[in-house]
Design a protein around this ligand. Structure first.
Ligand SMILES: *Cc1c(COP(=O)(O)O)cnc(C)c1O
Length: 378
């Protein structure tokens, strides 16, 4: 057949258009310092897999009759992260998601199935994906104040949980808030629940960015399965870097089985949120994991933290009040003039802005950004 699109080339005009678009992307990705996405990776060894209709439809641990899949690689990625987050061996479950949002949806869905009448507690500076998820799941929820660092206000949490002692708490802990990279201390949260002798509770961690930082620093705040969480969502395209947004969600198998059973009842092991799932993302994550491993990830994270300190030092030297939270690569500073925001794709929230020193951010980027801030002001 002549009209299948593997046979028909793009027209000269369309090819030209793609060439122009390519150059725009090259330019824009070189001034990309405001968002937590690593723009530095090389997956050229994987380009040939674009030829296949890869699809990891359904459960990553249950072989599908759709055999053009990358389940084997997905499982290795999940095992790697399960070890990193101290999940109990063979007692966890998870999958490669389309990003941090899907992982939050999955974690809170699980929480709701286990504690249908529970109340979700989450801080003021929680990512917008969570309020959307709460609406989707129609979960009762209460917003808790934050401290100026962006970390949850434990006293407000304590008082609020106390008032609702008769209702099971579902805690959405931020492991790296979007604007300030603040980490909620899971051990302190558990202490509060313990003080009120709460029998049933659920802790989900939104670890979109810092889930790839904390495992690789010397003094991580308590945040993982070792600290008693029930599930965690991490983005794959943030610190690791991926041409396709993706993420990882991990949960305790005993909890997952309780909802999987009720789905088996309708005759399926449809355990994931989306049905068809792309099989390329697991390959990217697998390649990054195999190339870098824990030692490589550690080196990458240390480099990012150093670059964050360099940025703070330079900004402060120029009289700009810049700071970061412990174990965070998010450098917070006062909102700069609009031309700087646009040129450098800086994310802003009210009076503050941030620069995130992801692996592709160099001293040159920091220096040029600073020059622009200073000259825009004068
Ligand atoms: C980016 C981010 C998310 C959402 O992740 P996506 O991969 O964009 O869906 C959720 N929470 C936090 C804290 C984030 O930084």
């Amino acid at each position: 057949m002549e009209s299948t699109h593997d046979k028909v080339p793009l027209s000269a005009a369309d090819s030209q258009r793609l060439d122009d678009y390519y150059r725009t992307l090259e330019k824009e990705s070189n001034r990309f310092v405001g968002y937590p996405a690593n723009a530095r990776f090389d997956y050229s060894e994987l380009h040939r897999f674009l030829r296949f209709p890869l699809n990891n439809v359904g459960d990553p641990f249950v072989e599908s009759t759709y055999r053009v899949n990358s389940r084997e690689f997905e499982q290795e990625v999940l095992h790697f992260f399960a070890r990193v987050y101290h999940a109990p061996e063979k007692r966890y479950w998870g999958y490669v998601t389309s990003g941090g949002t899907e992982g939050n949806l999955y974690g809170l869905y699980l929480a709701r199935e286990l504690l249908p009448d529970g109340i979700v507690y989450y801080s003021e500076e929680t990512h917008y994906s969570v309020s959307k998820v709460l609406r989707v799941l129609a979960l009762r929820n209460i917003m808790i104040k934050t401290q100026s660092s962006g970390e949850i206000d434990y006293e407000d949490l304590r008082e609020t949980v106390k008032i609702h002692r008769d209702v099971a708490p579902i805690i959405l802990a931020n492991i790296g808030t979007t604007m300030k990279g603040a980490v909620d201390d899971v051990a302190r949260i558990r202490e509060i629940l313990h003080d009120f002798a709460v029998p049933n509770f659920y802790i989900h961690c939104d670890a979109a960015l810092s889930g790839m930082i904390l495992p690789f620093v010397k003094d991580p705040q308590p945040y993982d399965f070792g600290a008693g969480i029930d599930s965690i969502s991490v983005s794959g395209h943030k610190m690791i870097g991926s041409p396709i947004p993706c993420g990882i969600v991990l949960a305790m198998k005993k909890n997952v089985d309780r909802i999987a059973r009720s789905i088996e009842y309708v005759g399926s092991l449809d355990t994931t949120i989306s049905g068809s799932r792309n099989g390329l993302s697991p390959l990217f994550l697998w390649a990054a994991m195999r190339k870098l491993g824990p030692a490589g990830f550690r080196e990458m994270v240390v480099g990012c933290l150093k670059m964050a300190d360099y940025a703070i030092e330079r900004l402060k030297a120029a009289g700009i009040e810049a700071w970061r939270n412990n174990n965070s690569v998010t450098v917070v500073f006062p909102r700069p003039p609009v031309e700087v925001i646009e040129k450098w794709q800086i994310a802003v929230f009210r009076e503050i802005a941030h620069l995130i020193t992801m692996p592709h951010v160099t001293r040159t980027h920091v220096d040029e950004l600073l020059e622009d801030i200073v000259s825009a002001k004068s």
